[in-house]
Ligand binder design. Sequence first.
Ligand code: FE2
Length: 456
Amino acid sequence: MTTAHNPGPPLHLAGNNAPVTEEVTVEPSEVIGSVPEELHGTYLRNGPNPRTGWSPHYFAGDGMVHAVVLDGGRARWYRNRYVRTPLYEHPGESRLALAFDPATGHVDHRVSTANTHLVCHGGRLLALEEGGFPYEITPELDTVGPFTFGGALRTPMTAHPKICPETGELVFFGSRLRPPYLTYYRAAPTGELLQAQVVEVPRATMMHDFAITRDHAIFMDLPVVFDPAMAAAGGMPWRWDDAHGARFGVMRRDGGPVRWFEVEPCYVWHTMNAYEADGAVTVTGCRVPTLWRDGPQDVGGGLPNLHEWRLNLATGTVAERRLDDTAIEYPRVADAEVGRRNRFGYVTSFSLEAEPERSEIHKYDFAAGAARQTHRLPAGHTCGEAVFVPRRGGSGDDDGYLMTFAHDRSRGTGYLAILDAADLAARPVAEIRLPVRVPTGFHGNWLPSGVNAARA
Ligand SMILES: [Fe+2]
């Protein structure tokens, strides 16, 4: 019971943020609408689910992957499994103590929550968290182990790598708290690491995401900096620093110097996309004016809005503008549009208001001035990131479906919502109702059947 003396769990462990206590494999309890017959594959989503039931921050929970398999018009099963990391195997132990050897100064990058995202590349399915190595898992969600590109990965790996739709390359970076702070990587479609290049930056900043175009990688060096004193005190070691400034760095994907562009100070958790046209690199993303100015529990930095930065390669100038004033996050585009000029982009509403608890998914049409079409979930229903899945033989980056896990507060259970991306205002194509709760999480992807067999 929540009283003045017992305020209940912190927000990041309350409601549908609370971890689930069991790993299950279950069939759906009900399907409302119909599952499109052409969908053969698995929708996977990662998120924090502290094994002990408690974590100091939402980001710190052990990674749990949730999956629904769709096959020929049927939803076969839902399954949730922890990623078996050293943090999972040693519940309640400090990450610093597990990862850092004070005698040698060695940091063990196998110590990861693996709780943030999933990517399938080179025939491997990887669970990702930016503080450690990726963890390979099977499509059935069993953990294979840490994956290091055959030992070539020497740093942690971002949870937001990009797959180039043109070359099939996996393009990513790794951040460290000690020099070299930033390393850029490029892997062949087969998974072999082709390039590892240190990118000079003045200090460790929280670099959660980046962007690519066909020819360039774009890094975001923003004023949320690592504070060793905060780390020593055992808390979230990041704080806002007005003195750091903010800049975007543009580098050719095959290497070379980085060209830096000063931007208005801000923080960007997630880019939506980037593309090159008219002599400029244009980046879109979700921008907040400040983040954690008064510490990691400070939520007063403003809510994220969709923003555009146009980096003029001839003049070195930046033109930036807010594209919409709606509070949104979890930007996605069709996989086929990564690094290209996407017409459509998808986001989820982002509000800290407790009531009414109700999510919206928005679709932006950039051919119409970022006009917005909205799918509003019923009252009491919330959802996370919406992943675009193309229709077979589809044309255009809204010819397909959006998938997201949703929570029905009145029933206390979860469901997989499948929406028609071309007609977002319509009723869901299908709601695959589950007999269990699927906690709020971070990011995921659609894994078509057969893709992971490439390595077999
Ligand atoms: Fe993220």
